[in-house]
Design a protein around this ligand. Structure first.
Ligand SMILES: Cc1ncc(COP(=O)(O)O)c(C=O)c1O
Length: 430
């Protein structure tokens, strides 16, 4: 009898082959299958997101031609006109779209959490509110009140923690509350596919460099259609890497330059692969340049974990002293540009690229086109970088207001006459 049972069970798989799928259906519960209700919610959410992309349109491209560098055009892509007033509007759009498409965020998600220096918080709050999911921004205790107001204005809630614990705490809160930690540092690279969404019928790519190229192409007065340089700092590294990938993918001649702040360790990471197994806490000095740089966290730089900065698509990295960036911010704001901290860092690096290119050229026949971003408005920094008392307290170790005024003079001189503000500043203003 026993031999007979063994014989039958050996033959069974062959005799019931047609029923195998039915057997797996019955015996293997598949929790990944999307229910009809969930598919409906997802489709509606995605429609709302594409409607938002349509509303975003193209942010303006503003030309600045420093009189001291008559052969140089600096184009600021003005991201501050977006609904949440920062470059993070398009990134939060791409990140949430990724999370919805892949089912990381569903109709049942109790809340989305993220660690943010503030700007991503308002953009994520806006996007989550759009699709009806609660949102919590985990910010530093020092986060500017202007940015907190912006997060709350777009329906987000704010949790303050020590700067170095923002990422670990966001994760903990999400686990405790059965929510989703969307992790902009880690997932910017995944959102990339959605940044560069490939112009499907009427759904235009939201990649910022794609827009810059379209705008230069459409501008009849503009002869140079592809920028020689794209300049931008890294916070998550998502924006600059999204441009770098675009440039490499389409074989463009543009050089991508990482603009880094004085005490950030991203420069060393890009140039020498440093700080991947030790934190930057000993190098980092607060406040840095808001929204940019790395070193403040208790966790080292780990690609795909704590950063999305993709070294292989960056051609060059350049650092500027923080107090010089604040001086540039003052100049831009006095000129009426309403420029935030990272915009001013961008501007300084662009100005220095203009100086370097002029030095390298033996005649004056070259034409240099540099593209960069106006990341957020000066309005967010009236109580910090744009306040003399704050500068003297928080940037005292780099010379406070006296050093700032010194740099201001030299930067203005460089804009007007094409001089080397950087070398002069290091010798005269420190
Ligand atoms: C004003 C501003 N500029 C630049 C950045 C850096 O952008 P990314 O995180 O895409 O590297 C940020 C990030 O928060 C920011 O808020």
């Amino acid at each position: 009898m026993r031999i007979l049972i063994i014989l039958i069970s050996c033959l069974l798989p062959f005799s019931v082959a047609d029923d195998l799928t039915q057997i797996s259906h019955n015996e293997i519960p598949n929790e990944d299958i999307v229910s009809d209700d969930e598919s409906k919610w997802r489709l509606e959410a995605i429609h709302k997101m594409w409607e938002e992309r349509r509303k975003m349109g193209h942010t303006p491209l503003v030309k600045f031609s420093p009189p001291g560098f008559p052969n140089t055009d600096i184009f600021f892509k003005n991201e501050t006109v977006s609904a949440t007033r920062t470059l993070k509007h398009r990134f939060a759009w791409a990140l949430l779209l990724w999370a919805i498409v892949e089912g990381k965020v569903t109709s049942k998600t109790s809340a989305v959490y993220d660690a943010t220096s503030g700007n991503m918080g308002s953009a994520e709050a806006y996007m989550c509110t759009l699709v009806g999911i609660p949102y919590f921004a985990v910010v530093s205790e020092e986060c500017e009140q202007e940015k907190i107001d912006n997060i709350e204005k777009f329906g987000g809630k704010v949790i303050k923690v020590p700067t170095a614990l923002r990422t670990t705490k966001s994760n903990e809160f999400a686990i405790e509350n059965n929510g989703f930690y969307i992790n902009q540092q880690k997932n910017a690279a995944l959102a990339e596919e959605f940044h560069e969404s490939g112009d499907f019928i009427n759904y235009e790519s939201s990649n910022v460099f794609h827009e810059i190229l379209v705008q230069l192409k459409d501008n009849e007065k503009q002869t140079s259609k592809v920028p020689d340089f794209f300049v931008h700092p890294a916070g998550t590294g998502g924006t600059v890497s999204s441009v770098g990938r675009y440039v490499v993918k389409y074989g463009l001649p543009t050089k991508v330059v990482l603009a880094d702040s004085q005490f950030s360790v991203y420069y060393d990471y890009v140039i020498g692969n440093k700080f991947t197994n030790q934190t930057g806490e000993k190098v980092w000095r607060a406040p840095g340049i808001a929204g940019t740089g790395y070193g403040y966290d208790i966790v080292p730089i780990q690609y795909g974990e704590t950063t999305s900065l993709t070294k292989n698509v960056i051609n060059e990295a350049m650092k500027m002293p923080d107090i010089a960036t604040v001086a540039a911010m003052r100049i831009l704001n006095e000129m009426g540009y309403n420029a935030g901290a990272s915009t001013s860092l961008n501007f300084l690096v662009c100005l220095y690229k203009a100086y370097q290119t002029k030095q390298k050229s033996s005649n004056n026949e070259y034409q240099l086109t540099i593209a960069t971003l106006a990341g957020d408005p000066g309005d967010f920094y009236h109580s910090t970088y744009l306040d003399d008392g704050w500068v003297d307290t928080h940037l005292n170790y780099v010379g406070g207001v006296t050093a700032m005024e010194c740099w201001k003079k030299l930067i203005q001189e460089s804009i007007d006459t094409g001089s080397n503000f950087y070398l002069n500043g290091l010798t005269m203003c420190s």
